[in-house]
Design a protein around this ligand. Sequence first.
Ligand code: PDD
Length: 287
Amino acid sequence: MGRVAYVNGRFVPHAEAYVHIEDRGYQFADAIYEVWAVFDGKLADAEGHFVRLERSLSELSMPMPMSRAALTLVLKEALRRNRVREALIYLQVSRGVAPRDHAFPKTPVRQAVVITVSPVDRAASEARAAKGVGVVTTPENRWGRCDIKTVGLLPNALAKQKAREAGAAEAWFVDELGFVTEGASSNAWIVDREGRLRTRDTNANILRGITRKTLLQVIANEGLTVDERPFTPADALEAKEAFITGAGTLVLPVVSVDGKPVNGGKPGPVATRLRSLYIERAKATAI
Ligand code: PDD
């Protein structure tokens, strides 16, 4: 059996998985999502992603479509039916299907719930991490609620395309004060000249990355210092190291910014070590 998707209570062949044309996620980006890394068939950082899912929904005045326990079962069943052990699992919850009208439907409609599974080639990811990736910078042009994980990702998609056209893997948004906010689908970090880890604080208009959160605990256990203080692209170029974090990238060394090398164009020891510590911890705590 090939890829299987979950759509509104049913598992269907991926190629035949459809939502309605008046789904509010499709028309208004009135939907939220979550992405879990999956190691050996288990959800990494499960709790953190569930907490953020509940928060994103509540910020948009939407309930959970089912209990956390039921959702866990459905996610696990999706993995089982796809017969993959190493994967990313994507969950999307929209407000539902209703005649097009900007305001919410007067009588609540059933939320649309979609789950897809994408296999991950761990050997290829490790090879990519061993080489490191480039990032490009792009002006911050997103709305003021980037803390909500909505599917309204057009600026992120355009930024990522800009990165791809430049041969880079990620785009870093830069705010009007010249500071990096975050990546198009990851959080941004440097190891500064003093050896301190720097990443944007979560009071800024960024997504509160779950990988970022777990990594902060890993860093604390290592006795390393973190300074949640903004940095500029110039700081990144002068830094000892740079890297990005996210469910898709885990901890991924950055070796160039706008085509200029960081750390001589090689992954640094801190990012490399944090990647393996993060993966170790994610595997050990996955459910
Ligand atoms: N993106 N910032 C943005 C804008 C993101 O989209 C993501 C994740 C992150 C990292 O968050 P986390 O560590 O919780 O994955 C930061 C997911 C993976 C995506 O859009 O596919």
